[in-house]
Design a protein around this ligand. Structure first.
Ligand code: ZN
Length: 450
């Protein structure tokens, strides 16, 4: 084992808590982890508190705030995903191990390693200079991996204490190793389940086939009707609110060293598909989709069973881009499906969860400060301005409750295996994160917010 430096040693201590938020048998470890973190934040010179919630506690820490300085809130989470299947880990998930300069442990990338880099950045600045150049708030929650059920209530209850000018989050990935990345947009989501019901029981397909509508055939027809052959979604009104990609975005994304070849390699898909007039990155980051996540019903066993199934279902999700509203999209899809659905079956449409889209301007004063901070940490590298295909609901919550934009400065690598066995975070990225925290706070302290 390589000898560990102070910050790395402390990170390993943080990683040893099995703070799995979804597992009730680990509630003790989750709360011990919160206590340890708050203790550490106090030790480095911040005022820290552990706030109980109806679920797992929230840790908040701050320096002494002074008038006239911008207030920066840095958000992270100390809870982690379950470690199973544990037999696929090369080293124990809660016994951090460094192999070839890479730290392996559950939470190393998502999110303990990334939030702890920020904490160590502040610790070093306080130790070396006696202060940091901004009013700082650390908000580290313990329920991110279960959907942050109590965060919104916590923000509302502590709105005054959490008042800030900008939020920074490191809980995403760099677009490729060594490429500094600022993420400025996220897709939203709208989910629904559809059920097609026909006869009151499964029927003999010889006795009734040809006379009675087959719900499985109808479902296949409905699902196929969602797309045109050029990859566009065929639902009327689906694209009405979609903001076109801006020229600078298409240009910036074209220069990112990640594209179709890497996506094919990462996914094993024999070829890519989608809207023909957009690149793969544009389709993932800047265009909405209609996806079928699962289809079920009818005979699923081995061999043949000659039936007309009485009922089948499909689960759909729509990834949305600004300014599409989830309710509008769900209503448009339902209208489309009802128009296409033939007589002889009944169609049930059950809306599921949804999440808003998010986009901010990476060329705003804070966005520019973040870009400059990234350039200083990765000299000579072009900063990749990216959006994410996925959703990060807390970012929308921050905007809705606190009215503040979020800078997403990811430090994990695309192959960090978050949520999977052998989760990892390169030591170099941890160290870059410590430096990034310091350059970011310096750059943000120069932004005129008033
Ligand atoms: Zn996660």
């Amino acid at each position: 084992m390589e000898p560990l430096s102070g910050p790395l040693n402390l990170l390993c201590e943080f990683l040893r808590f099995p703070s799995v938020s979804t597992d009730p048998s680990r509630a003790g470890a989750v709360s011990a982890c919160a206590q340890w973190l708050a203790g550490h934040l106090a030790e480095i010179g911040l005022l820290s508190e552990v706030h109980p919630t109806p679920g797992h506690p929230v840790v908040v820490a701050r320096n002494l705030h002074k008038l006239g300085r911008p207030t920066v809130l840095i958000y992270g989470h100390y809870d982690v995903q379950p470690e199973d299947p544990v037999e696929l880990w090369q080293s124990a998930p809660f016994e951090p191990e460094i192999r070839n300069g890479v730290l392996f442990a559950r939470g190393s990338a998502d999110n303990k390693g990334q939030i702890f880099a920020h904490i160590q950045g502040v610790a070093q600045a306080l130790k070396n200079k006696g202060e940091i150049p901004v009013n700082l708030i650390f908000l580290v929650e313990g329920e991110e991996e279960i959907g942050s059920p109590h965060l919104e209530g916590f923000l509302k209850a502590h709105r005054e204490a959490l008042r800030c000018d900008i939020i920074a989050v490191s809980d995403t990935s760099m677009v490729a190793a060594g490429v500094p990345t600022l993420t400025y947009g996220l897709r939203g989501i709208a989910a629904m389940e559809i059920r097609v019901k026909g006869p009151s029981m499964d029927l003999h397909s010889g006795i009734y086939g040809g006379a009675v509508r087959n719900p499985a055939v109808v479902l296949a027809h409905l699902l196929a009707s969602l797309h045109r052959s050029d990859g566009r979604v065929a639902v009327e009104g689906f694209y009405d609110a979609v903001l076109p990609l801006e020229d600078w975005e298409r240009e910036a994304w074209a220069g990112i060293p990640f594209g179709e070849r890497q996506i094919e390699a990462n996914t094993g898909a024999p070829a890519l598909g989608g809207e023909v007039e957009f690149t793969a990155l544009e389709r993932i980051w800047g265009r909405p989709t209609a996806e079928v996540n699962g289809i079920g019903g009818g005979f699923q066993g081995e061999g043949t069973k000659t039936i007309i199934p009485k009922e089948v279902f499909a689960k759909l999700t729509f990834r949305l881009v600004p300014d599409q509203a989830p309710e509008f999209v769900l209503a448009a899809v339902e209208r489309h499906l009802r128009a296409v659905c033939p007589a002889g079956v009944t169609l049930e449409v059950l809306p599921g969860h949804s999440g808003e889209t998010y986009v901010t301007d990476p060329h705003s004063p804070c966005g520019r400060a973040a870009q400059e901070a990234l350039r200083r940490v990765f000299p000579g590298r072009q900063v990749a301005l990216t959006r994410e295909g996925g959703s990060i609901p807390i970012v929308n919550t921050f905007q809705r409750v606190l009215g503040v934009e979020t800078l997403l400065l990811g430090l994990a690598l695309p192959d960090c295996r978050a949520h999977a066995p052998n989760e990892n975070f390169p030591v170099a990225n941890f160290e870059a994160g410590i430096l990034l925290n310091q350059t970011l706070l310096e750059e943000l302290s120069r932004v005129n917010l008033f």
